[in-house]
Design a protein around this ligand. Structure first.
Ligand code: C2E
Ligand code: MG
Ligand code: MG
Ligand code: MG
Length: 281
């Protein structure tokens, strides 16, 4: 009996594996089509500069308007894109669209820059810096209006790191995303220059609640200052967190307190034009 059940288990296992492979193949084909069918949408989230209490940057966050499935967040498809190499054309699309938006702001006299997330798989050769250089040249976008966000996983990849530094040479800003959750060693941080440290939401969550978290965040802000980088706090949801971060000398705030990622046409007008009342005084 045990043997027969075992055999059934294996058969069931094989069938499920087969379905997984089939689902994966379809997702992959659909994602490739999504690129040509223009189903990828960029939402933008404001990043507030504490010195001026104004929005100075917007992070582009990709979504997939998948027919019959609704609007999918990046956690549902970026992993697949990375595994299949589709992250390269997907990343190109995001970069072009976001830079187009930044050019639009620049031409209208807005002070806004744009931040784009980049996976290590996009940094495997000189293609990326060339692409960025061409884009800047062709559009006249000021390089400092573009920020490239990478996670600490980039340290594990010597090539990606070199390519990233080439991009930075163009005058583009480099941000370390989700800082504190990954693989940074003080040795890497000391050796490679970058412009921004994004304090992960899991730290922001503890501000005003947990002394140890507060101590660590103070250290991150100090460390960034020593390294010549500015700090962005991610996932700011409460006025308590915002005030704590302001008083601790953080440079920029990002989070639902100011605005969720959304289509620009849905942004509250004050996000583009006014200062944030919460941060005045
Ligand atoms: P990320 O770059 O760290 O982006 C911040 C994430 O936190 C976003 O999730 C944003 O919606 C969410 N968030 C921001 N403020 C708050 C808040 O106050 N509360 C809460 N609960 N969440 C907040 P999202 O849009 O789902 O993106 C997830 C991740 O997907 C991003 O994390 C980024 O790593 C990746 N991603 C997004 N777009 C792209 C892209 O175009 N290319 C690549 N390679 N990765 C992308
Ligand atoms: Mg990011
Ligand atoms: Mg992040
Ligand atoms: Mg993240």
């Amino acid at each position: 009996v045990a043997k027969r059940e075992g055999g059934g288990g294996v058969r069931r296992f094989r069938r499920e594996m087969g379905e997984d492979v089939a689902v994966r193949q379809r997702d992959k084909a659909d994602l490739r089509d999504a690129l040509s069918n223009d189903e990828l949408v960029l939402h933008y989230q404001p990043i507030i500069d504490l010195a001026s209490a104004r929005t100075t940057h917007a992070e582009a966050l990709v979504r997939w308007q998948r027919p019959g499935r609704g609007l999918l967040g990046p956690d549902r498809f970026i992993g697949l894109a990375e595994e299949t190499g589709l992250i390269v054309p997907l990343g190109t699309h995001v970069l072009r669209t976001a830079c187009g938006q930044a050019v639009h702001w620049q031409d209208r006299g807005h002070r806004l820059g744009v931040a784009v997330n980049v996976s290590p798989g996009q940094l495997s050769g000189e293609q990326f810096p060339h692409q960025v250089g061409e884009l800047l040249g062709a559009t006249g976008l000021e390089p400092g209006r573009l920020t490239v966000e990478v996670t600490e996983s980039v340290w594990a990849d010597e090539t990606a790191m070199r390519v990233l530094m080439d991009v930075r040479e163009l005058g583009v800003r480099v941000a370390l995303d989700d800082f504190g959750t990954g693989y940074s060693s003080l040795n890497y941080l000391r050796r490679y220059p970058f412009d921004l440290v994004k304090i992960d939401k899991s730290f922001t969550d503890g501000l005003g609640e947990d002394r140890r978290t507060e101590g660590v965040v103070r250290c991150i802000i100090d460390l960034a200052a020593v390294l010549g980088a500015r700090t962005v706090a991610e996932g700011v949801e409460t006025p308590t967190q915002a005030h704590w971060l302001r008083d601790a000398g953080c440079d920029y705030l990002q989070g639902y307190l100011f605005g969720k990622p959304d289509l620009l046409e849905n942004w509250r007008p004050e996000l583009l034009t006014g200062s944030q009342p919460l941060l005045r005084a």
